[in-house]
Design a protein around this ligand. Sequence first.
Ligand SMILES: CC(=O)N[C@H](C=O)[C@@H](O)[C@H](O)[C@H](O)COP(=O)(O)O
Length: 238
Amino acid sequence: MGDESMGDVFFESIRGGLIVSCQALEDEPLHGSDTMAKMALAADQGGAVCIRANSVQDIAAIKKATKLPIIGIIKREYEDSEIYITPTLREVRELMEAGVDVIALDATGRQRPGGEKLEELVAFMKGHGQKVMADISTIEEALYAESIGVSCISTTLSGYTPYSPQQIDPDFNLLQEAVRRIRIPVIAEGRINTPEQAANSLKLGAHAVVVGSAITRPKLITERFADAIRGVRKGQVH
Ligand SMILES: CC(=O)N[C@H](C=O)[C@@H](O)[C@H](O)[C@H](O)COP(=O)(O)O
């Protein structure tokens, strides 16, 4: 592990712990800061060590509901880029103003809106003493993010770039390779849908685990159950 995170209060506080991502976009039934604050409180009471949250409004509401540290993002779409997780300096500034323990941003190699550069965003945040989580989709992106000074990496975007493995399960291969080759903390994130997968992530060396949909997206959870039972009793005679 790199020098910055060694002994760092935030990274020590989340070591081996569960980070719950509390997010609902405008088109989701649970959208709304009050609801996200309640989700965060439930996560806190359930044993989470940190919350990952989207938008200045949600972050402000969550801060009132719990004292847990926050990894903040702003999802915003731009016409000239595929990147939507904290894409530009505008979102970085908004998050710094809101005040979060860590800012997470897309650290894939893709073109950013307005031609902005990942290195410049990271340098800006580090220059202001802001911790940075790099959301990556491949080992090359993880290595590059580490080389430009991010505080930790997360496997968030594996499966969400066209050049990373498209799979239903979490990308444990990427996690393992990152743990082997990266010195800063490696966070497991993305499609961790069962307690066993979360525990396995830590066994494979993840510093902490982020779980979102499986805890905070009831529509998706319902769909999984509905899909699993669909047709099971069809044709049965009672
Ligand atoms: C790809 C992307 O946009 N991921 C987002 C990142 O903040 C969230 O929508 C995910 O819920 C989060 O990464 C946790 O993952 P999962 O919900 O699979 O546990």
